[in-house]
Design a protein around this ligand. Structure first.
Ligand code: HEC
Length: 189
């Protein structure tokens, strides 16, 4: 069969696959205990790197001391579950079950030969944002893992600061795509 024809058939296959994804946009990858706690996903080493923040702070005003370039405290690294990433790249929207992970690492200075820069030191804490309109009344759930060894986490209760800030300040569906270069490119921000 000529290569062109094979490509056409492969394309048709892809088209019907994405139509099927549209009909069932629940990724079904997040795992919960019977009590609704989210298991920390096993394979986050394979997740897509969306963006990083040096010395970020959620607090404002007096609660937020000025950024100290000599001690930026931590580096926040945001990753996205790969199937969620693929769905978003295809559709420009999040499938139910989309998971984002924010990991906080100590910012380490004077690491030879990166003397003037900061590298990622020890893992301190992690947070997961699950977008799921079918499962959560607020359309999303936030989960905090303060100890790197923690396996499960209960959802932060409805009406939290997490939801308020994310839905009012995040550029796309409660997420901060404005800080994630490939995602903001996808939706043309
Ligand atoms: C005052 C605003 C604000 C509040 C409150 C807030 N966040 Fe965020 N969040 C951000 C910003 C800004 C980012 C972008 C990355 C960064 O700056 O660290 C972010 C990113 C995230 C991400 C990465 C995925 C995404 O949605 O963009 C997770 C996960 C996350 N936050 C969890 C939480 C949790 C859990 C809470 C509540 C305990 C919370 N956040 C409260 C501002 C906020």
């Amino acid at each position: 069969m000529p290569a062109k024809k094979i490509n056409k058939i492969a394309m048709l296959g892809l088209l019907s696959a994405s139509a099927a994804t549209l009909a069932q946009p629940d990724l079904g990858i997040a795992r919960y205990t019977d009590e609704g706690e989210l298991y920390f996903p096993a394979d986050t080493a394979r997740w897509f790197h969306a963006g990083s923040v040096l010395g970020g702070r959620y607090a404002e005003g007096e609660a937020a001391p000025a950024f100290d370039p000599a001690n930026p405290e931590n580096t926040g690294v945001v990753q996205m579950e790969p199937q969620a990433w693929q769905y978003f790249m295809e559709h420009g929207e999040y499938a139910d079950g989309t998971m984002f992970l924010l990991s906080f690492y100590a910012s380490e200075a004077k690491s030879d030969p990166q003397l003037n820069g900061f590298v990622q030191g020890a893992l301190q804490a992690r947070e997961i944002h699950v977008i799921d309109k079918g499962r959560f009344t607020e359309g999303r759930g936030f989960f905090i893992y303060n100890d790197p060894a923690q396996r499960t986490s209960a959802k932060v209760p409805d009406g939290s600061d997490c939801v308020v800030c994310h839905t009012s300040e995040g550029d796309h569906d409660g997420t901060f795509v404005q800080f994630y270069p490939h995602l903001r490119d996808r939706i043309g921000n």
